[in-house]
Design a protein around this ligand. Structure first.
Ligand SMILES: N=C(N)NCCCCNCCCN
Ligand SMILES: [Mn+2]
Ligand SMILES: [Mn+2]
Length: 306
């Protein structure tokens, strides 16, 4: 029986029976159960454990890709870092530093890392790890309801509502998809810096948005950050700041498959899952989304076992 609250015990993605050694795994799932600045509904520090627990209900066989992707990829689940559960306090600086260092060393080991959060501010540390691990330029592609472009929010520049501003300030190109909630400051910044933003309202009536978004990415390498509130809250109600009018399931998958086949995706994160008591819809959907990312990467990198 599933307990009402996710336990803090670490469970492996998809279950321990299929877990490879670290050495043979191509994919590492990195849980980052950190929450400090969420502004509305709380609970994203429980996102990683609920996602991992829900992943045990996934079929290993991906019916779209016609294979048991987990055996092609080898998926190793890392121990959690920057864990704020049970009232533990972790400063933003500590979280960013441990996240960056952990990513850097996983990248050196040539792992494809999917970081799972936790609040979106973590992505600044993840991206810093990629800046250190990769010499070539890359674009940060963000799926999100929110622009996350404020300079600061509620007295901190490390708020989840500011993470893309941090990334823009790092000098990296960005492409934002699914955006439908921004403030005046963000609207001004988008115009001033001519940022590439695909707005959910326009995407709903423009079936060509997927090809336009791919074409707008200026580099071969991409880091993908998914704030799960970018997807419609009817599919993933377990988020802290829900916004109506989000991406639907098959448009999301079509976009992701095209992204992985046309670009070199160097890493991803899946952030802001905040499980709802007595419903497993959100965590199961996000676990499935995570497994689809692994499948599309396996396809694009040719990790196919016969
Ligand atoms: N990235 C996010 N989740 N951002 C949330 C921003 C919340 C804005 N509240 C505005 C209230 C103003 N009265
Ligand atoms: Mn968001
Ligand atoms: Mn966000």
């Amino acid at each position: 029986m599933r307990s009402t609250f996710p336990s803090t015990a670490v469970v492996d993605f998809l279950g321990s029976e299929i877990v490879p050694d670290y050495e043979t795994a191509k994919v590492v799932i990195l849980p980052i159960p950190y929450e400090a600045t969420t502004s509305y509904r709380k609970g994203c520090e429980n996102g990683p454990a609920s996602l991992l627990e829900a992943s045990h209900q996934l079929e290993c066989y991906d019916e779209e890709l016609d294979r048991e992707v987990c055996f092609d990829a080898g998926i190793f689940t890392h121990t959690p870092i920057a864990d704020t559960r049970n009232g533990k306090s972790v400063s933003a600086e500590e979280m960013l530093s441990v996240t960056q260092q952990t990513l850097k060393s996983l990248i050196e080991d040539q792992k494809f890392v999917i970081s799972i959060g936790g609040e979106h501010s973590i992505t600044a540390g993840v991206v810093q790890g990629y800046c250190q691990g990769y010499q070539e330029p890359f674009t940060v592609v963000q799926i999100d309801a929110h622009g996350d472009l404020r300079h600061e929010y509620e007295d901190t520049i490390h708020s989840h509502a500011c993470v893309m501003r941090r990334i823009v300030n790092m000098g990296l190109p960005t492409v934002q998809v699914g955006i439908r909630a921004i403030c005046q400051e963000e609207a001004d910044l988008i115009k001033e810096k001519n940022l590439t933003v695909f707005r959910a309202r326009e995407m709903a009536f423009n079936l060509d948005w997927i090809e336009q978004a791919i074409a707008s990415i200026p580099t071969e390498k991409v880091f993908l950050t998914i704030d799960v509130d970018g997807i419609d809250p009817s599919l993933i109600p377990g988020v802290g700041t829900p916004e109506p009018g989000g991406l639907n399931w098959y448009s999301t998958l079509t976009f992701l498959r095209r992204l992985f086949e046309s670009k070199d995706v160097i890493g991803c994160d899946v952030m802001e899952l905040a499980p709802v008591v007595d419903s497993v819809v959100s965590e199961f959907t996000v676990a499935k989304l995570t497994y689809k990312l692994i499948g599309y990467q396996a396809l694009s990198k040719g990790w196919i076992k016969q």
